[in-house]
Ligand binder design. Structure first.
Ligand code: AMP
Ligand code: MG
Length: 410
């Protein structure tokens, strides 16, 4: 299946993404959780409104409920009674009277408008109306927000603080949500040392694991961190097997580039079915994807910027599919570059940029060196500058597509 891509030619990002998504389906069971525990979980059911919101016609203002005919003569009206939120007025409503009403109170039967109190004048026992209301003015109608039976939330939505009060307003106390996707991670490379330990000559700190772990947390995944695994077949094999037993997916960084792939490749081909791709994107050319016996495998390049970008552009949508989440289409905008950008045709570039609001619209500039090892290019950026595969260098003043960093990278 995925071996079909292993042709040696550079694979366009969209083909790689489609090739993965075609094979993936949600693998997370669902459970019923009370609303507060459902925050950040993915809805496993469609929510249909069991009632109308608001459930009854009610006042949008503090003021007076009126019938238009009573106001026709222009004379002040007597007050027949009061309606409060939670305490409807249930008495008679004689002609020539209005009813004092507060915000949220059910409007008494026969109400044609509510006049806000600022547009009235109290004269002893009587109220004078300074304006002529429109029919229906300041009345919130039953079902105006949500009608009974309306589709309110789609399955696949990640629940945010914006949805929980909505669900509560419908009287829904618990919802069916997916269990979190479980993702194992490890970094590979003999040169990698954990933070908090000294570096020998030739060593560097393992930074990728912190990025990958943080992005998994943002995605709502459960993470099994297997640490740093040296370039050693026996240790790698044990780590692959543990990840396969205990997680739904495994993400590794390093070890998939040309110099090293043969080694990892042999091992992975023996354990599962993995395709090694050369993506037509920059940064992030080498990428591996496939199946271990139980878990899906994503092999990211070792270069820190490449690892983050390929995670964001490829692994995020793949994990969302496994987790049962429907992702919003990324927001892509047109902006004017204020300085020239280096670019050679052949790959889709995800350059790191700083997007600002200029006097005539959005402006973007590069964060500097775009080498895939330069992590500061990413940390100072707030967007990708996406330069199309066939495009060459870009002059100041040209229009480019930018993708502001989303929740994953913020
Ligand atoms: P590789 O893909 O293993 O050939 O690694 C490419 C480059 O990324 C090399 O310079 C590695 O030292 C570096 N690298 C690999 N893994 C990590 C990591 N976990 N953290 C920081 N740099 C890494
Ligand atoms: Mg390596």
């Amino acid at each position: 299946m995925m071996m079909g891509f292993d042709t040696g030619a550079l694979l366009p990002l969209s083909d790689a993404l489609q090739g993965m998504l075609d094979q993936l389906a949600c693998c997370c069971d669902s459970e019923q959780l009370p609303l507060p525990e459902a925050l950040d979980r993915i809805l496993a059911e469609e929510i249909v409104s069991p009632l109308s919101v608001p459930p009854f016609d009610n006042s949008a203002m503090d003021g007076y409920a009126v019938r238009l005919a009573d106001l026709a003569a222009g004379a002040p009206l007597a007050v027949a009674g009061k309606a409060f939120a939670g305490q409807p007025y249930q008495g008679d409503w004689p002609a020539g009277h209005c009813i004092r009403i507060m915000t949220g109170a059910p409007v008494p039967e026969g109400t044609e408008a509510v006049v806000m109190q600022e547009e009235t004048q109290v004269e002893g026992e009587l109220v004078r109306f300074l304006t002529q209301p429109r029919p229906g003015q300041n009345i919130r109608r039953r079902g105006e927000d949500l009608a009974e039976g309306a589709r309110v939330l789609a399955a696949g939505l990640r629940l945010s603080p914006r949805e929980l009060p909505l669900l509560a307003s419908l009287g829904i106390a618990s919802v069916r949500v997916r269990r979190p996707l479980k993702v194992a991670i490890f970094s590979t490379g003999d040169e990698l040392k954990p933070v908090g330990t000294p570096l020998a000559h030739g060593d560097i700190y393992d930074s990728n694991r912190y990025g990958v772990k943080a992005m998994l947390a943002r995605l709502g995944c459960e993470c099994l961190d297997l640490g740093i695994i040296p370039d050693d077949p026996a240790q790698l094999r044990a780590a692959f097997l543990q990840a396969d037993r205990e997680a739904d997916a495994l993400i590794t960084t390093g070890g998939v580039s040309v110099g090293e792939a043969d080694f990892t490749k042999q091992l992975l081909e023996e354990l599962g079915e993995i395709g090694f791709w050369k993506l037509a994107i920059k940064p992030g050319k080498p990428f591996a994807f496939g199946r271990l016996p139980n878990a899906w495998f994503f092999g990211l390049p070792g270069n820190p910027v490449s690892a983050m970008v390929t995670f964001d552009q490829l692994v995020k949508p793949a994990l969302a599919r496994l987790a049962g989440q429907t992702l919003a289409v990324p927001l892509r905008l047109a902006a004017t570059v204020t300085e020239p950008l280096k670019k050679s045709p052949g790959r889709l570039d995800f350059q790191r940029g700083i997007l600002t609001q200029g006097p005539n619209g959005l402006e973007v500039r590069s964060t500097g060196s775009q080498d895939s090892g330069v992590f500061s290019s990413l940390s100072r950026a707030n967007c990708y500058i996406m330069l199309e595969q066939a495009r060459g260098k870009v002059a100041a003043g040209e229009t480019v597509t930018v993708e502001p960093f989303s929740g994953l990278l913020l």
